[in-house]
Design a protein around this ligand. Structure first.
Ligand code: GUN
Length: 293
């Protein structure tokens, strides 16, 4: 039985955060500038509250000031946009993040369009996504989870150029930008989604598989080519009576099976998850550097 190399997102994220923290310290010492990140949370989804809390704590750890706005589920689109406008004009704020998903009555496109592209640390503004999709153009920011996946591949010296990559899932937040990033690195990219007729067959051709489907244990060992590199973005709760919380988190990839086939794989938890926040801090730092350059 072969066993894959573990791609340790937790330790890479820690290293990235240490690098960011020391750079921020230097900026503060030499210029007095304190990086600032504004986070807008609408509604009371438990998962979103947890993500926002984790982002705030991470900011504090590396010396980024965070500005949090919590709005009720039934607030208006205009209220959200007003807060965004104030942050757009506030020179202490270098990054603005609107936690998704928004309540159903809100127009996500209109709200994300209101974020200044100069402060769009999530990289969700259509101008940034458009530039990501075009050859010879560069976005000001790249979405955090896709950037985290690429950073893991880079730091583990996994070659992308000329490789076949399959991205499972086509969301605006993860699947679509991840496919664009792999293509920019000269991979040949296929996107597998819920209407794909033969997902196993297509995935089995890939040297690199990045799964962001949000379906527990979707990708079986039999879906993978021997030696494939597997990045699992899924964070899916499954019932677990042995766990005090009554559930545990698993990825999209059936880890035990994949371990026998893949050359390298990210665990869940401890793989891509910690990288998302590290990349948010990285985007905030690069925003500070650009604004004050
Ligand atoms: N919801 C799930 N992932 C993300 C993310 O990366 N950024 C924001 N703003 N919301 C999310």
């Amino acid at each position: 039985m072969t066993s894959s190399k573990l791609i340790d997102g937790k330790s890479i994220a820690k290293k990235v955060r240490e690098e960011i923290s020391s750079e921020i310290m230097k900026i503060k010492d030499s210029t007095g500038i304190v990086p600032g990140l504004a986070v807008i949370l609408v509604g009371s989804r438990k998962d979103s509250q947890t993500y926002v809390r984790n982002k705030k704590n991470a900011c504090e750890d590396v010396g980024i000031a965070s500005y949090e706005v919590n709005l009720s589920e039934d607030c208006t689109e205009e209220e959200v946009i007003n807060h965004i406008s104030v942050f757009n004009d506030n020179s202490a704020v270098h990054g603005i993040l609107v936690q998704l998903p928004l309540p159903r009555h809100m127009n996500e496109e209109k709200i994300l369009n209101a974020v200044s592209i100069e402060k769009d640390v999530d990289g969700f503004h259509p101008l940034n996504i458009g530039r990501l999709a075009m050859q010879g153009r560069d976005p000001l920011f790249v979405p955090c989870t896709p950037k985290g996946c690429m950073e893991l591949l880079r730091r583990y010296d996994i070659e992308i150029k000329g490789k076949r990559a399959v991205v499972i899932g086509r969301s605006n937040i993860v699947g679509m930008p991840t496919a664009l990033l792999l293509q920019r690195e000269n991979a040949t990219v296929s996107i597998v989604h819920s209407y794909t007729k033969n997902p196993e067959e297509i995935t089995r051709q890939a040297d690199i598989v990045i799964s962001a489907a949000g379906v527990a244990n979707l990708v079986r060992g039999s879906w993978l080519k021997s030696g494939a590199v597997v990045i699992d973005v899924g964070i899916n709760p499954v019932d677990d009576a042995n766990n005090p919380r009554g559930y545990r988190l698993v990825g999209d990839v059936c880890f035990e099976e994949a371990c026998n086939v893949a050359s390298a794989i990210t665990p869940v938890p401890g793989g891509v998850g910690p990288m998302t926040i590290a990349m948010l801090l990285s985007n905030t730092l690069s925003s500070v550097k650009r604004i004050h350059s």
